[in-house]
Design a protein around this ligand. Structure first.
Ligand code: HEC
Length: 150
């Protein structure tokens, strides 16, 4: 009888131990699951990759020289501002930014910008072919980076 009691005690201790172990592994499983889930959530919430907010200096210089006068928030040229505001470019949705960079590349490539009338008045604002290449390459790269970040 004593033996059985002893055996029973032992068994109880062991069961408790097993229960504790089970609980421990349950907790660690939960922790692992939580970490896993938060990694996924974090990955999904990947913030929209902003286009380089700091334009390269040579690009900034060209835009300041030939575009910024019309395409900025304080511009009095409402049409130009509405089409493109270099100051607000980074705040647009991803799709609009991509489209803006594509249009920048295209208009420069086609010699549509700066407008011809404006250049008649300010011939010094005309883009040199080197400046055109810099702008086109920059706009293309920015658009590509944004497309990849989608
Ligand atoms: C004298 C003012 C002026 C200057 C300087 C100027 N733009 Fe414009 N831009 C406009 C106006 C006005 C519009 C809207 C009407 C139009 O499309 O012609 C426009 C439209 C645009 C558009 C939208 C066109 C489209 O089809 O989506 C882009 C892109 C653009 N400009 C880029 C530039 C770039 C790049 C420069 C500098 C190299 C520049 N602009 C210089 C006045 C200007």
């Amino acid at each position: 009888m004593l033996y059985i009691l002893n055996y029973y005690k032992l068994d109880k201790i062991q069961t408790t131990k097993i229960l504790i172990m089970k609980r421990k592994s349950l907790i660690s499983t939960l922790v692992v699951l939580f970490l896993f889930a938060s990694t996924i959530v974090f990955a999904l919430e990947k913030p929209t990759v902003k286009s380089n907010p700091e334009m390269p200096e040579n690009v900034t210089a060209i835009i300041k020289k030939s575009c910024f006068g019309c395409h900025n928030t304080e511009s009095k040229n409402e049409d130009a501002k509405e089409e493109l505001d270099f100051k607000k470019l980074n705040t647009l949705s991803l799709m609009k930014q991509i489209s803006a960079y594509k249009h920048i590349g295209e208009t420069v490539e086609d010699n549509d910008m700066p407008p011809k009338k404006f250049l008649e008045k300010y011939p010094e604002k005309k883009l040199t072919s080197e400046e055109k290449q810099v702008l086109i390459a920059w706009a293309k790269k920015e658009a590509e980076v944004l497309v990849k970040s989608k």
